[in-house]
Write a new protein. Structure first.
Lengths: 198, 255
């Protein structure tokens, strides 16, 4: 099985690559549309801001390859946010694979943002991606913008507001947190993702 | 607040983890990779690797061992030490760090914070601040990792942390130099004052001596995380001991 990790420019994609390596997956960091279209699994990691990432997707000519990908795709952190229609971050029009708008988390002295740290998953739905994952499991989040909750929400998280922590619809999946940095729970989710049927 | 973070810091000098008292007189504590893996297994919520003499020696952190440590970790990793250009920060991130902490170079050129946040995102940008009481004011210091190079700056800590936040920092780590390595508890007064001004996460550093010190800093100063080095290295206190104490006090931590 080949796993393509989308390279959008700068960012901490190395931690995703290391996590895949620990799972024994053969992963390639790439911005080549053909290589991406031909992969068995696709991971879209988070890099910088939404508008910047969409600009990179445009420049590299990856939009078609991403929206037409029919095998399992996983957006991580900003990558999950890019799956939606638009983001308040820079007013970016995003990939539109899921319905809704990504909104800025409220920031105050009482509730600092970014939401940075280990928070609990809630409302975890039964799904092959979440085999062995349950309500109350801790994952590592770092984000200032959050995805809406809809039919597609496979798990939520609460930080001042409730948002989608994990999404899934057909072949399109996302994690707002960093599974590669979320200990055993994250390892399990990545491993389940690799085991999903095509 | 998410669960309060217990953060283990590895102060590295010449490729070895060292421990100093009030930032001076370093003692060898072991190999960085060995200690990183030990803390991962002990339940640390995050690791910070800090190349303490990099800034003073005009060099930057060794990407090779950032990568060597990052490859084994399934918890977040922040690196610090001599990062003074966008290229160096990106190299750290591309070597597997999740966050880069900048300190002396940010004081020398505050626009560096903004430039880095624009490229990497605020969530990757941590501003480390070394501060000590000077004639009744908390003042910031540069090159605090090396006794000979240490230098007071004209910036007051309380002003600087707000400026750093406004310039795009995603988190502040406040190293309270007067309590560092003394193991008599965190500098609650200073941390509380800093916390009251910040709408980004604040991490307490300097002074941890016992599990109850963590309870106090979370209760009194309401910080997002608390960082310690020495007490974990020596084995005097384990991360599990700290988490048990904090949890027993009714404060949420990741089990």
């Amino acid at each position: 099985m080949t796993v393509a990790v989308v390279k959008l420019g700068v960012g901490n994609t190395a931690s995703v690559m290391f996590a895949l390596d620990r799972l024994g997956a053969e992963a390639r960091l790439t911005a080549d549309p053909e290589e991406i279209a031909g992969a068995d699994r696709l991971i879209l990691p988070g890099v910088g801001a939404a508008a910047y990432a969409m600009e990179r997707i445009k420049i590299t000519g990856l939009r078609e390859a991403l929206v037409n990908f029919r095998r399992p795709i996983l957006g991580v952190c900003l990558g999950q946010q890019l799956l939606f229609e638009e983001s308040e971050e820079g007013g970016a029009a995003t990939l539109g694979l899921l319905q809704g708008t990504v909104r800025r988390l409220p920031s105050s002295i009482a509730a600092p943002a970014p939401h940075m740290g280990w928070s609990r998953l809630a409302a975890v739905k039964p799904h092959p991606l979440l085999e062995g994952v349950k309500d109350g499991d801790y994952c590592y989040f770092v984000h200032s913008f959050a995805c809406p909750i809809g039919e597609f929400a496979l798990a939520t998280c609460d930080y001042e507001t409730s948002f989608s922590a994990i999404v899934g619809r057909e072949n399109v999946f996302g994690c707002q947190f960093h599974p590669e940095r979320s200990g055993e729970t994250g390892r399990r989710i990545l491993s389940n993702f690799l085991a999903l049927p095509c | 607040m998410p669960a309060r973070r217990i953060i283990a810091c590895l102060d590295v000098k010449a490729g070895r983890v060292v421990k100093g008292v009030r930032f001076e007189g370093h003692v060898d504590m072991g190999d960085p990779v060995d200690l990183a893996l030990r803390y991962r297994d002990a339940g640390a919520d995050e690791l910070v690797i800090y190349d303490i003499t990099a800034s003073a020696e005009r060099r930057t952190i060794d990407y090779q061992w950032v990568s060597e440590i990052a490859r084994h970790l399934d918890i977040p990793l922040c690196v610090a030490g001599g990062v003074r250009s966008i290229e160096q920060a990106i190299s750290c991130l591309e070597s597997g760090a999740d966050k880069v902490s900048i300190n002396s170079p940010a004081l020398a050129d505050p626009a560096f914070i903004t430039a880095l946040a624009e490229v990497a995102g605020s969530q990757c940008v941590v501003v480390g601040v070394d501060s000590r009481l000077v004639e009744g004011e908390w003042m910031t210091f540069q090159f605090a990792g090396a006794a000979r190079a240490i230098k007071q700056t004209p910036r007051r800590m309380l002003d600087w942390i707000v400026e750093a936040k406004n310039r795009g920092a995603g988190e502040i780590v406040l190293n309270c130099m007067d309590s560092d390595g003394v193991r008599e508890g965190f500098d609650i007064t200073q941390l509380k004052a800093a916390r009251a001004r910040l709408s980004i996460p604040l991490v307490a550093s300097g002074g941890a001596g016992a599990p109850d010190d963590f309870v106090d800093v979370f209760k009194e100063a309401d910080v997002s995380g608390a960082l310690a080095a020495g007490i974990f290295h020596s084995g005097a206190t384990g991360i599990a001991d700290v988490k048990r104490a904090v949890s027993t006090a009714g404060i949420e931590v990741r089990p």
